[in-house]
Design a binder for this molecule. Structure first.
Ligand SMILES: [Zn+2]
Length: 337
């Protein structure tokens, strides 16, 4: 029960203090990849804390890390003790329901989001075929439209789409920058990163953590692609290119070069980004890893100290060795008799 409450308290801290700290953080502009990892860690640690607290309620004193026979024996003992009383049974069942619901909702939502995005892209490719798109020398496809725009369609069949307006408007260097931006989206499978964040927001619409995480992750993915563009062209060229294709939002299931937050991105490209520094990056990476490691440590830590203790010897409702063998005759415990 104590471990479950600690984990629930940790989840609450992540959803309040953790979110407040991340919202005020300006370092993510300088290290967008780390920023994405931090938001992902915050979300994952929140989900893990809820699931592990549910498990801690349903299977008290679960001693992870022991041998399989000892683990099952400990489980059986703990479960019998827990469910021997009506109150304990209600708490245990509630914990199991919480863990299962959170896990099932996450898996369902991620699968639904990925499937919806794939369907949107399939429809979009069919529309492109109907429009009679033309291949560009860069490998991108060009559709006839006067408004300058560029976007990519991720997935197994990756494509970059340019409008004829973009081809006519952008200089050679600007076009190079836009293509580098789109290729960074495709190469980094930014669609999958965004899909998981959006799926968590859809799965738990009442949790501000997931809403903010998805907004920030999508925004930071654009910064990652902008940084990739500045490695192949000058940042001012990248800013000019972005300004030219800024007006068009991203089609469903695609990543556009322009779209929301473009003003801030152009300002960032014009002013430049100060290097984040290796030591600071290492410290931030360590703190990010600790966010996820903590709920696991809270769950496993107390059990680790009990590894050498007898599982059932002092338990008032301990199951006898004979009962274990009767229930699971193939267990190593029985073979060692
Ligand atoms: Zn983009």
């Amino acid at each position: 029960m104590t471990i479950a409450l600690v984990l629930l308290g940790y989840a609450l801290l992540l959803a309040t203090v953790g979110v407040a700290v991340m919202r005020r953080s300006r370092w993510t502009e300088r290290a967008p990849r780390l920023g994405i990892a931090a938001w992902q860690a915050l979300s994952l640690a929140f989900v893990a804390s809820l699931v592990l607290s549910g498990l801690a309620l349903s299977v008290p004193d679960l001693r992870l890390g022991t041998g399989l026979a000892e683990l099952l024996q400990a489980c059986l003992v703990a479960l019998r003790a827990q469910y021997a009383t009506p109150g304990g049974a209600v708490i245990g069942a509630s914990g199991a329901v919480l863990a299962l619901l959170v896990l099932a909702r996450c898996v369902w939502s991620v699968a639904a989001t990925l499937s919806r995005a794939a369907m949107d892209r399939r429809r979009h490719r069919e529309t492109l075929r109907l429009l009679g798109s033309q291949p560009h020398r860069s490998g991108a496809v060009v559709i006839e439209h006067s408004v300058p725009a560029a976007y990519c369609l991720p997935g197994i069949r990756q494509e970059i789409v340019l409008t004829s307006g973009a081809v006519d408007t952008l200089s050679e260097q600007q076009l190079h920058s836009v293509l580098a931006h789109e290729r960074a989206h495709l190469r980094g499978r930014h669609d999958l990163v965004a899909a998981v964040a959006i799926a968590l927001r859809s799965a738990f619409p009442g949790v501000p953590l997931f809403r903010l995480a998805s907004e920030e992750i999508v925004r930071l993915l654009e910064l990652v692609a902008d940084d990739a563009a500045t490695r192949s062209t000058h940042r001012l060229v990248a800013a000019e290119a972005l300004l030219n294709v800024a007006s068009q939002p991203s089609p469903a299931g695609a990543f556009a070069a322009g779209g929301a937050g473009t003003g801030e991105r152009i300002r960032r490209l014009i002013t430049g980004v100060r290097p984040f520094g290796r030591i600071r990056a290492a410290l931030t990476g360590g703190a990010t890893a600790a966010l996820i490691a903590l709920p696991v440590g809270i769950s496993v830590g107390p059990a680790a100290t009990l590894l050498d203790t007898a599982c059932c010897a002092t338990d008032p409702v301990a199951v006898s060795h004979a009962e274990i063998c009767e229930a699971m005759p193939t267990m190593r415990a029985c073979l060692n008799d």
